[in-house]
Each structure stands twice: as structure tokens, then as C-alpha cells.
Design a protein around this ligand. Structure first.
Ligand code: PRP
Length: 209
């Protein structure tokens, strides 16, 4: 029998997801802190891989993984052709616009400079509000941008708020909530339906119980 292959986002989400899968009796050896990237549960015929969070969708979309656990932020930022099966309820945070206090966001005559790791989410959000923006795409340490004059504000994920606080920034506007999602390749969903449905039922039972 073919393995059910699951890609987990490294980092906070991968840690929570590993706990969850171990909690339903799968892959005892699963260790998100290890340098090892593939973990196999021979008994249940399930394999887990840890990949960079921005790559989970690529693995699932290409069918290299049947399922994936990834933040809704990545799903919103990508053009995806997959099923979002379940809100796992952890990895909760929110998309927010942040900057130095009193920074004005909306004005007809201004082009707001916005630094972010999420250009697509950012463009869509401001376009819906008729605000002209210039997006400055960064790959990390986004909080620095308003401090050094690279941008007026940032669009980023805020969880505890401690990164913003440590840099003297504030949430100016909350955008929308984010959490971890179980995603599924469309073909796998048809051909491995029984296995996937059973796993989903167990995850739901664990969450409700
Ligand atoms: C995220 C996000 C913020 C921080 C927010 O970065 O981009 O920088 O977490 O969390 P907080 O509100 O609890 O401080 P992450 O840690 O994922 O690192 P990255 O910048 O390398 O993506």
C-alpha cells in the first residue's frame, strides 16, 4: 500500500502539528527540532516531511505530498489549486497593518509605502479600499522598514505583538485572523479518500475531545 505523505511547515506550526499527529497515535519518532527531514510511520503507512512554510503548498500542489499543514497566510498569498480541508485551530495570529503611531493609512493624494513579505495579500487589501500603495517586498525583519524610512507601514503577521513592541511599532489596523490549515492535493483526495477521511475524523475527534 502506498504511503500517505504529509508535509509540515517548519517552525511554530510544525511543532504544534507534530504534537497533534503524535496525539492521535501516529509516528512517535516525529521530531520538529531534528535536522532530519523525513519521518516514517511504517505501521500506519504515513510519512511526514518538514519543509519551509512557503514550500508546503508547492509540495502538496505537485502531489509529492498528499496533505500539508500550513498557515492560512501562505494560502492567501499563493495562487492555489488544492483543497483546504480543516482549520486546525492552532497557529493563531492575525494579519495587521503596523507602523509608528498616528501614521495615516488612507488619503486620496498619497501613495502609501508598504513593506511586507505578502505582496499579494497587501495589494488586494488596499485595492479593495481604493488606497494607492507602493509595495516593498522584503523576506524578513519587516519591522525594520518603517524605522529606517524604507516604508510608511508594514503588513505582517502579529501573534503576541512582542516583535512590534520591541521595535516601537503599533498595530494601526487589524486585517484578518489566521490559523493553521490542513490542505490536500486534489488527485490524492479522490484516490486516497478513505485514508484521508479517516485521518480527518481522528483529528476532529482529538480536537473535540
Ligand atoms: C513572524 C512575523 C513577525 C513575528 C510576529 O515572523 O513576521 O515578525 O512573527 O510574532 P509576535 O507578534 O509574536 O512577535 P517569524 O517569527 O515567523 O519569522 P520570519 O520573519 O523569519 O518569517
Amino acid at each position: 500500500m502506498d504511503y500517505l505523505k504529509i508535509a509540515l511547515a517548519k517552525g511554530r506550526i510544525g511543532k504544534e502539528a507534530s504534537k497533534l499527529f503524535k496525539g492521535i497515535g501516529l509516528c512517535d519518532s516525529l521530531d520538529p527540532d531534528s535536522r532530519k527531514l523525513i519521518f516514517k510511520d511504517e505501521k500506519n503507512k504515513i510519512s511526514f516531511t518538514y519543509v519551509k512554510s512557503s514550500d508546503v503548498i508547492t509540495y502538496v500542489q505537485n502531489g509529492v505530498a498528499d496533505l500539508g499543514v500550513v498557515g492560512k497566510d501562505e494560502i492567501l498569498e499563493r495562487e492555489t489549486d488544492l483543497y483546504e480541508l480543516y482549520d486546525l485551530g492552532f497557529g493563531k495570529c492575525k494579519f495587521a497593518i503596523a507602523g509608528i503611531e498616528n501614521q495615516k493609512l488612507y488619503a486620496k493624494d498619497q501613495v502609501l509605502k508598504v513593506a511586507t513579505k505578502y505582496p499579494k495579500v497587501t495589494k488586494k487589501y488596499f485595492a479593495a479600499r481604493n488606497q494607492k500603495i507602493k509595495v516593498i517586498k522584503l523576506n524578513g525583519s519587516v519591522e525594520l522598514a518603517p524605522l529606517v524610512g524604507l516604508a510608511d507601514v508594514i503588513v505582517d503577521l502579529v501573534e503576541t505583538g512582542s516583535t512590534l513592541k520591541a521595535n516601537g511599532l503599533n498595530v494601526i489596523e487589524e486585517m484578518f485572523p489566521i490559523s493553521a490549515r490542513l490542505i490536500c492535493n486534489r488527485v490524492s483526495y479522490r484516490f486516497k479518500y478513505q485514508l484521508i477521511a479517516q485521518l480527518l475524523a481522528e483529528l476532529k475527534e482529538m480536537e473535540e475531545g
